[in-house]
Design a protein. Sequence first.
Length: 318
Amino acid sequence: MINDWKVLILQDKSLLWKSDSSLFFVLFSNFVFSLSGLPDYLNLNKSFDKTTVVNFNRTIFTDYDLTNSFSLTTKINRNTDANTPETDRAALIAIYNATDGPNWTNTWDLSADMSTWHGIVLNGDNRVAGVRLGNNNLTGGIPIDIGNLSEITELDLSDNSLSSTIPSEIGNLTKLLSLSLSKNNLSGSIPQEIGSLNALGILNLSENDLIGTIPSELGNLSNLILLLLHSNDIEGSIPTTLGNLTKMTSLDLNRNGLTGVIPSSFSNLTALQSVNLSFNSLSGEIPSFIGNLTSLYFINLEVNDFSGTIPASIWSLP
């Protein structure tokens, strides 16, 4: 989006923008600027990234009155991540407070740098890239603030005593590669927003108290390798959209209340090595295409309501 705005460069090197009748400050970390229209003798008629803008200093403007304003044409990337190490820290503190941090097995010193906090992995920009708090005596609930950790690639809160619902804000964590919330007491349904985590390779929500159905949106997770939803109270049929997960090698839906048939779309899952659909209420015939899933080495369909005979093709599996 291109806008003709006014800018005032102040003595403290901040930028005050004016658009129509509104005035507001812009945080440098939120935007990328392409500047033009500066006076020629400033020799600044070129593009600058946010780092250069932040490093503007008075020596550049020795012959220019800093209190004057001038016109600029600015290109603003409004999709730039507005979160910072400070917002990451605030989100982590919210998790600490919501899950009884003082009584964790390995607690945090909130006055210390977050790089020293147990289970926290930072990237080169000091942003949170990993939260590994499995088996750490977390109780209470997962706060919505977790959705502000926009650079996170790994989230592991497994093997704790969390008892809330899964906040839909987890769907904001679009760089997640691995999400493990297993072995808790989480309730409610699986948020459909998880289906927007396109980079996700591992989704483990097993051994909780989740109810409702499997969201069809999980079929959008085109990079998913492991899908583990076993030992919950999930009902309804298996979404046909799970047949889109052609990279998936392991599927475990056992010990739920699933009904209906095995979707024919599962014939697309040629990378599957392990599938466990046992201890449900699935019905219909066991599909013959299972014999074509030549990567499959483990299959468990026991304790269901299947009818008919076992397809001969299954015996030809490697």
